[in-house]
Ligand binder design. Structure first.
Ligand code: 2GW
Ligand code: MN
Length: 296
């Protein structure tokens, strides 16, 4: 019902969701107070979303970074699994950012799907590898994506698609509930609470996971530019937000509410164990080989 009322609101996604008969679920929160849908299994009819996005001519850019040892460790599995499950049926362009373009695996892509490999420098600090993604993404939206794609999704590479990750996830501005925090009280959210950082916030709506965010190219451009600016200002002031780009993303989403929120079914960590509310796991965290991948 929440979604029907929301049709009157300015959020275009929520009126589309209402018109596609998005349902509620009794056991979980399916709507934010600003009337954005939180997408869980059982709420939507996949074929209605696919049909609508095909009709509207939606096309999706996927950005992913595989720098240094992360290329061999994760990229092949990530790309292979996304061919099986990510936005199947819609045009998809992969933008793979790496310091070793020659080592990007040659994967046979389905029709309507293509790949662009973009060379980036390898930052010596991993925090910078992660944070500088914001700059690279906003640059490639300006040079390529805005001319060819309607939507953008940005992913960590250390994950594997296991089930449909489809057009129901598309929206103007999309954020993901962090699997480890969605059931915790707000005072445990790990926002950046240093007043000297641009990412500073006392409290917020949810704890969002930076492993996935997306939206229209316009909104993702605005988001990545704002986060990059915050990161650079922090550097000038000699501070670094607690969780780097993720802290800046959470601050941005506090000030610019997402129009659609993805449940942790879209990015699950199996080490959490069984949860009754997680009815499918669409994407899983890959193992983190900290000792071998993160030591210099
Ligand atoms: C190397 C050493 C330590 C940490 C990261 C890296 C590293 C990251 C790297 O050598 N090469 C590389 O390509 N990356 C990219 O950055 C890769 O796409 C990876 O998925 C992403 C984020 O690093 P990751 O996945 O190791 O960090 P998480 O899973 O703890 O990420 C969360 O927190 C990060 C900030 O600390 C980001 O906000 C990330 O989006 C979050 O999921
Ligand atoms: Mn990750």
């Amino acid at each position: 019902k929440c979604h029907l009322e929301s049709a009157k609101m300015l959020n275009l996604d929520s009126s589309v969701d209402a018109s596609l008969n998005l349902q509620s679920r009794p056991d979980v929160l399916t709507c934010t107070y600003w009337k954005a849908a939180i997408i869980w299994e059982g709420m939507f009819d996949p074929s209605l979303y696919d049909e609508m996005h095909t009709m509207k001519g939606s096309s999706v850019a996927l950005t992913v970074f595989a720098v240094g040892r992360y290329l061999d460790a994760y990229l092949h599995t990530f790309l292979n699994s996304s061919e099986q499950h990510f936005m199947v049926g819609l045009p998809v362009t992969y933008f793979v950012f790496t310091d070793m373009p020659e080592k990007v695996p040659n994967i046979k892509l389905s029709p309507l799907r293509s790949m662009k490999v973009i060379k980036v420098e390898k930052n010596s600090r991993w925090q910078d590898v992660s944070m500088m993604r914001m700059k690279s993404i906003s640059d490639v939206i300006e040079s390529h994506i805005r001319h060819h794609c309607t939507h953008v999704f940005c992913f960590d590479v250390d994950q594997v698609f296991t089930r449909r990750f489809g057009s129901e996830a598309l929206g103007d501005s999309v954020a993901l509930l962090h699997a480890h925090y969605y059931r915790l009280p707000k005072h445990l959210y790990t926002y950046d609470r240093n007043p000297n950082s641009k990412a500073y916030m006392e409290t917020g709506d949810f704890y969002y996971h930076a492993a996935i965010f997306g939206g229209s190219w316009k909104n993702v451009k605005a988001l990545t530019e704002a986060c990059y600016q915050g990161i650079m200002e922090d550097k000038q002031n000699n501070v670094e937000a607690l969780w780097h780009d993720e802290s800046h993303l959470n601050k941005y989403m506090l000030l610019h509410k997402p129009s659609k929120v993805l449940s942790p079914e879209y990015c699950w960590d199996t080490s959490i164990g069984f949860r009754r509310d997680i009815q499918v796991t669409r994407l899983l965290w890959a193992p983190k080989y900290y000792d071998t991948l993160r030591t210099p």
